[in-house]
Design a protein around this ligand. Structure first.
Ligand code: ATP
Length: 557
């Protein structure tokens, strides 16, 4: 951002001259904040209308590489197995393959599922299509050809003749083309094949170390096009964690550039966190540019309640303004999506609202559920007068909601006039209930939602789901939070691979490094909750990894 500010201040570029490319959608939100921060002084000097305009331009200038490519190539319609199950099933069933699209994650290359033998045949074929595209198979004039020999370059074993695999992938690509639809990797291939460059003068690309050969080719061609005045590429080879999607950091480190700036000081992480980051991934030389020590905790969390009280403590220690653009206070990070689902389950049971960064997972903490909890908390504390708007979500969720609403609204019964706002006595809608827990029993919702509401009735947790984010380490790449909890636990299959495969082990160490360096103040390694063996880089005792020092920073909880 310093370089961006220099170009703006010294060479006169304005907001609309820039375009910023993020890695993922959640990273785009963080990058957006960084960009707005870089403009803060300028915005303060403008009048309201002008400031709003510049702010909108800046927000528009941030997007993922995917969304930029999709816009450049006028992508017609994007399909995924979740949204277009029939399209997938029809094609593959006609060729004799069973495929239950509803059971297939749209990301065929889920980092949990690195062992391709565990995937169904169609998922293997779809993954092969995606990986071959990542290597540029189908790219005009360069990259791998879409030919049987290319299959040797991708880590997917398919129990079919190689020529048949390639034939099926060709047919699948043609079928998509004829039907005017694209999968996400298709329009990256289109962008690489097109001559178009983004409409800007300065392009800033972040997290470049995780670009696949095809994505790299797209950016490289934009640089070569001569249409851009400046291109700023940011990345960190020690954060390269997408090898399983064939990302290759040597493209980034090997790029010829006019100016190179190597930063080893972190302005984000305090000292204790940097020590852990260095020790989980020894090749990195990260040090802290800050004078504060920060905290590293080695916590024992055996039950959902232990985890909930740890989260509550961290929320109290790291208050953030809920009205900030990104009000996240605590990240809860796991190695796999399945583990993240288990953490989500524990937080629902104990009534701690959260958002999930796992792709495609819808938050159960909807506006209606949060409203209902607030009303129940009031009822449990002896209150009764609730504005009609606040009462409605709870009444709507209950059995016989129509009758209940009529009872609550009957003027002779529950209608109250509180500060001239239309209000009701919530208990009149639930004459069969003596307590808030009784009310929860009348709710016509899935058991897990009822359990979550019951948990939140007593948890006293802040009802702002954005404060806590649950996800895999991969999903929070490029982002940061005041407190980061790494849930320690490593699936057996990955453990075996860590021992046997050096390259894999190195990428896993970098993943631990990414996890640790998300923390702006406190890093916690939470043991036991997930079971299994320890994530090797974080194996206890944490003193070992924290390089003990007088202010060693490792606190056992
Ligand atoms: N020169 C600086 N002075 C003070 N704070 C800074 C400086 N540079 C960056 N920061 C702050 O440090 C944090 C991390 O910065 P930034 O997001 O640029 O790091 P990064 O290298 O992109 O991190 P990563 O790639 O690990 O996600 C941000 O909160 C940012 O505001």
């Amino acid at each position: 951002m310093q370089r961006v500010a220099e170009l703006r201040d010294e060479e006169g570029y304005t907001a609309s001259d820039f375009r910023f490319v993020s890695f993922s959608r959640s990273h785009a939100a963080d990058l957006e904040n960084d960009v707005l921060d870089a403009w803060r002084d300028r915005l303060e000097r403008l009048d309201d209308d002008q400031a709003r305009q510049v702010e909108e331009t800046l927000i528009d200038s941030v997007s993922t590489l995917h969304s930029l490519c999709s816009r450049l190539t006028n992508t017609p319609r994007i399909i995924t197995p979740e949204s277009d199950a029939e399209f997938y099933q029809d094609f593959w069933r006609r060729r004799g393959f069973e495929f239950d699209a509803s059971e297939s994650p749209s990301a065929y290359l889920d980092p949990d599922e690195m062992d391709s033998s565990e995937r169904g045949r169609v998922e293997q074929l779809l993954a092969a299509d995606q990986l071959l595209a990542a290597l540029g198979a189908g790219l005009d004039g360069e990259g791998l050809g879409l030919v049987p020999a290319s299959l040797g370059h991708i880590p997917v074993e398919i129990d079919l003749h190689a020529a048949r695999v390639v034939e099926l992938i060709r047919e699948w690509r043609t079928h998509k083309l004829e039907n005017g639809v694209k999968e996400h990797h298709d329009y990256i291939l289109d962008a690489a094949n097109s001559e178009k460059t983004p409409d800007c003068r300065v392009l800033v690309v972040d997290e470049m170390q995780d670009y696949s050969p095809l994505e790299y080719a797209v950016v490289r061609d934009w640089i070569r096009s001569g249409d851009l005045d400046h291109v700023i590429l940011a990345g960190d080879e020690f954060q390269s964690i997408y090898g399983f999607k064939l990302a290759d950091s040597t493209y980034f480190t090997g790029l010829e550039v006019n100016d190179e700036d190597v930063l080893t000081e972190s302005y984000r992480c305090p000292r204790a966190v940097c020590r852990v980051a260095r020790s989980v991934c020894p090749p990195t030389r990260i040090t802290s540019a800050r004078s504060d020590e920060g905290r590293v905790l080695d916590a024992s969390t055996q039950t959902p309640e232990d985890l909930a009280s740890l989260v509550q403590q961290l929320l109290a220690d790291h208050p953030v303004d809920a009205y900030e653009a990104d009000p996240t206070s605590v990240f809860l990070l796991t190695r796999t999506n399945r583990q993240a689902a288990k953490v989500g389950w524990a937080l629902r049971r104990t009534g701690i609202p959260y958002t999930s960064t796992v792709d495609g997972e819808e938050s159960p903490w909807t506006e209606d559920v949060l409203n209902a909890i607030e009303t129940l908390r009031l009822a449990a504390s002896g209150g009764c007068a609730v504005s009609t708007d606040a009462a409605d979500p709870l009444i709507d969720m209950a059995t016989n909601s129509k009758d209940r609403r009529e009872m609550a609204e009957a003027p002779s019964f529950g209608s109250l006039d509180v500060d001239s706002v239309s209000a009701v006595d919530i208990w009149t809608a639930f004459p069969d209930c003596d307590s808030a827990t009784d009310i929860i029993r009348t709710l016509d919702v899935d058991d897990y939602i009822a359990e979550m509401i019951q948990g939140a009735l007593h948890s006293d947790a802040d009802l702002t789901p954005g404060l806590v984010e649950v996800g895999t380490i991969h999903s929070v790449k490029g982002r940061e939070a005041p407190a980061v909890v790494v849930l320690d636990g490593y699936p057996h299959r990955l453990s075996e691979r860590y021992q046997a495969d050096n390259e894999f082990a190195e990428e896993e160490d970098r993943l631990a490094y990414v996890a640790a360096t998300r923390a702006r103040a406190t890093l916690v390694v939470a043991r036991e909750f997930l079971g299994g063996s320890s994530f090797p880089p974080f194996e206890p005792p944490l003193e070992r990894v924290a390089e003990s020092s007088p202010a060693g920073g490792v606190i056992h909880q």
